[in-house]
Design a binder for this molecule. Structure first.
Ligand SMILES: Cc1cc2nc3c(=O)[nH]c(=O)nc-3n(C[C@H](O)[C@H](O)[C@H](O)COP(=O)(O)OP(=O)(O)OC[C@H]3O[C@@H](n4cnc5c(N)ncnc54)[C@H](O)[C@@H]3O)c2cc1C
Length: 212
């Protein structure tokens, strides 16, 4: 286990994976499941000729942002259930973080691109605050706010994106791909990522049985 470390290079010899390079360390391995986001997988694969076609396909997959606005209300403020969806507003989902001990903290999630990504924090918070006030007129004003804008939060699940999504198996023996962006038939979801991880792990087990 090496936590908090980045793979900076795939080590490949004679079309067989040999390990990975971390900063200041080579880690040998006969089997590697590359479970990085598609942008990083693309970058790691591109220098290796047998993987270039897959890297080129990954270049066709775009990104979508997700913006989360955290509003801290007085600690007595609660949703009547852990999460609420909102239609016809910029705010899409409201999560009550009180469930995790952060009482009064509401996380408002806005998926996808839009002009809100260009607004400043004050504008965005004010809009979200007003939308929540319309749904929950009895709530007091939030005391503080915090915004996280993830520009490349997920891959873009657009028409025909499945054409570009790779299988778990790669052109390099012993190198497998896992992640929500692989060919699992679901949009960018936790479930897709888990299914993909299971699929890659099963393929590794099968390959090892085959070679034993
Ligand atoms: C704000 C937000 C809200 C979301 N909400 C939902 C939701 O409600 N429901 C849902 O189903 N999905 C949701 N998603 C999508 C979901 O999080 C992803 O689909 C899922 O996490 C993808 O899992 P993954 O394992 O493919 O990739 P990731 O979770 O992105 O994991 C990739 C890992 O690779 C690591 N990494 C990157 N570069 C390197 C490197 N060079 N070396 C080593 N490690 C590296 C990263 O640190 C990361 O830990 C949300 C995503 C975001 C950003």
């Amino acid at each position: 286990m090496r936590l908090g470390q980045r793979v900076i290079r795939l080590l490949i010899q004679s079309e067989q994976i040999a390990g990975v390079e971390l900063r200041g360390e080579l880690l040998p391995a006969e089997q590697i499941i590359l479970a990085t986001p598609h942008t990083i997988s693309r970058r790691l694969m591109k220098p290796h000729a047998p993987l270039r076609d897959t890297a080129r396909e990954l270049e066709q997959i775009g990104d979508r942002p997700i913006c989360t606005v955290y509003l801290q209300y007085p600690t007595s403020t609660r949703l009547h259930c852990p999460v609420v969806g909102s239609l016809g507003t910029l705010s899409q989902w409201v999560f009550d973080r009180g469930l995790y001990g952060q009482r009064g903290l509401m996380a408002v999630v806005i998926s996808g691109a839009g002009e809100h990504m260009q607004w400043n924090n004050e504008q965005l918070c004010e809009r979200v605050r007003q939308e929540l006030a319309a749904h929950f007129p009895h709530w007091p004003k939030p005391e503080t706010h915090h915004i996280i804008r993830e520009k490349r939060a997920t891959f873009a699940s657009i028409v025909n994106v499945n054409r570009h999504r790779p299988a778990a198996r790669t052109a390099i023996n012993g190198l497998w791909l896992a992640g929500d962006y692989t060919d699992v038939g679901l949009p960018a979801t936790l479930e897709g990522a888990v299914r993909s991880g299971i699929e890659s792990a099963q393929q590794v087990i099968r390959a090892r049985r085959h070679s034993a």
